[in-house]
Design a protein around this ligand. Sequence first.
Ligand code: AMP
Length: 418
Amino acid sequence: MTIDQFNFAGKKAFVRVDFNVPLDENFNITDDNRMRAALPTLKKILADGGSIIIGSHLGRPKGPADKFSLKHILNHLSELLGVDVQFANDCMGEEAAVKAAALQPGEVLLLENLRFYAEEEGKPRGLAEDATDEEKAAAKKAVKESQKEFTKKLASYADCYVNDAFGTAHRAHASTALIAKYFDKDSKMFGYLMEKEVKAVDKVLNDIKRPFTAIMGGSKVSSKIEIIENLLSKVDNLIIAGGMTYTFTKAMGGKIGISICEDDKLDLALELVEKAKEKGVNLVLAVDAKIADAFSNDANTKFCPVDQIPDGWEGLDIGPETEKIFTDVIKNSKTILWNGPTGVFEFENFTHGSRAVGEAIVEATKNGAFSLVGGGDSVACVNKFGLASGVSYVSTGGGALLEAIEGKVLPGIAAINE
Ligand code: AMP
């Protein structure tokens, strides 16, 4: 079933969205792209004469916590939809069931953060650090058991299920995958956003025009290692940028000062360099860095070779030579994937590299390349620099996007297709 084929008139739809938006210390939304991205789906349901129960997570709560309450986004959601959205303080409570049952066509109910319950993710919480393997296994079994009831209850609120949360499609959670089995094939579907994401991934996976260049930035190798390994069998050029750079530099014997580095990943970095050679992938590493004497926008700065960073200094962005190397590779590419900034782009004085990479991607796109930008921070980058309209597709998914590109079957997608 596709959302365009479905008529929501008189139906209640449970829509799983990804409203995991960044909030500042006063709970103001600092980037509402994820909310806007779900609007076409929500508006289509309302225009048909349906009503909506919205489920989402926000952050990584370990239980109910005001800081992670979805009530902080309620007003903004009402504004975006032009409807007074109702709120249920507890996604499992009596109130949620009563409000869902009373929904009239055109009405919307936002459920409190689904992850206030361990059952959403199906992972035990509150285990003692010294828990034995048996205790861990028992706790896991218990939460898997109660997860069934949790999922069934969520499903009971609605007549149909729409998954528009690409950002969590790689997780087999209650509301992103397990819930689908309570709906028959004709009453479960992707939302518009999910449809678009699936199409964009397909282009990078099955319709590759070469050269294919991936730019992997961000802070840590450890969080991206699997993806990097997998990309090595797909791409022609792999650009390593951001904080990861210094783990590679140190592994190869360079001096990195106090730059961010994962000392337990040095061997891994060397292995990746070897693997790239074996596979004939052009692994592109930084040659110079913009270094700072403190982790601050106002720090003193200078440029230096990436492997000669003085003691007490740290690399917070790429230098001009690296920028030239990276952007030349990008401009000559026909398929481009960008995940992660080249530096600490949150500090204005260290945005230059990320901006240059973004601009090179836009130029390549103008010349016919297909460019896909994904991962929270790269999306923040292209938005910050006003480049979003110049790339082919800006994904709302970080991990989900990368897993999809690795060729993994995403549970959230499989659950609808089954
Ligand atoms: P990730 O979530 O792994 O994509 O990492 C993104 C974060 O990496 C951003 O918040 C950047 O500030 C940070 N980052 C990028 N380059 C560096 C660097 N050279 N040193 C420290 N943090 C960095």
